[in-house]
Ligand binder design. Sequence first.
Ligand SMILES: [Zn+2]
Length: 299
Amino acid sequence: MTQIKALAIFVLFFIYSNLLAQRFDDVVMKTHQITDQIYMLEGAGGNIGIFTGKDGVLMIDGQFSELSLKIKEAINTISDHPIKYLVNTHWHGDHTGGNANFAKDGTTIIAQHRVRKRLTMDQIRPYAGTTPAADSLAWPTISFGEDLEIHINDESVQLLHVHNAHTDGDSFVFFPLSNVLHMGDCFFRDRFPYIDLDMGGTVDGAIAAIEAAMMIIDEDTVIIPGHGSLANKEDLRRYLAMINTINDRVKNVTDDATKLEDLDVESLTEGYKDWGGGFINGEKWIRTLFTDFTRNQSK
Ligand SMILES: [Zn+2]
């Protein structure tokens, strides 16, 4: 009996791991060139930034571990240099999942202190289960608080921490000379945002982060969003306007007696229907704004 049980568990596990692997089999890495030396790779998960040159490759985010080989192949077609640094814009698995596979090759992983802390410990969500600690090989060996500069390929690349935005450990990666900004998941182009309230994200922080980005860029800056296609300042302005507009609407119809079910998602997202096609639909977006607002009220 126990043998049959063990066999059944083995078969189920085998089917499950095959399904997981298949999920990534069809993913094709698309390479978008931004400058002579900077590229965006689009696969599954957060957009990857690549900066190549004589000193080596600096890479921003690494998607899921199952995609590391495809990512390395894509990088090999644009660069003959080793991948020297991998910067994580934040803790989420579709940005840090590949860390160990790159660290194995000698790549140095860099992130904000809280990204490292979260990777080293099990992360528990009150209503959505636990993400186990990552393999120690995946932990950043260099971490920072507010900011850090990496001097590579004749550019001083700035890692800038923004507080309690999409999570509590977000950073922008800014290339002042090349005029390119990777915003991690603080920016989804033309989609409703994901603000991870369980992991230290806040609506006010998300707005402040976008406002901070607006201060350092100009109309010619190319922005790599966490998800979605390449963007510019005008796209970011439209995103900020959407967040402020819908946030104000939710605040205006919410009082002490309001329950989440009372809110009319249709009217609150009026004018922004096509922004809900991604990971966050209108209902999830309104729930985030309502939860954040009522949480602040009860403080
Ligand atoms: Zn994220």
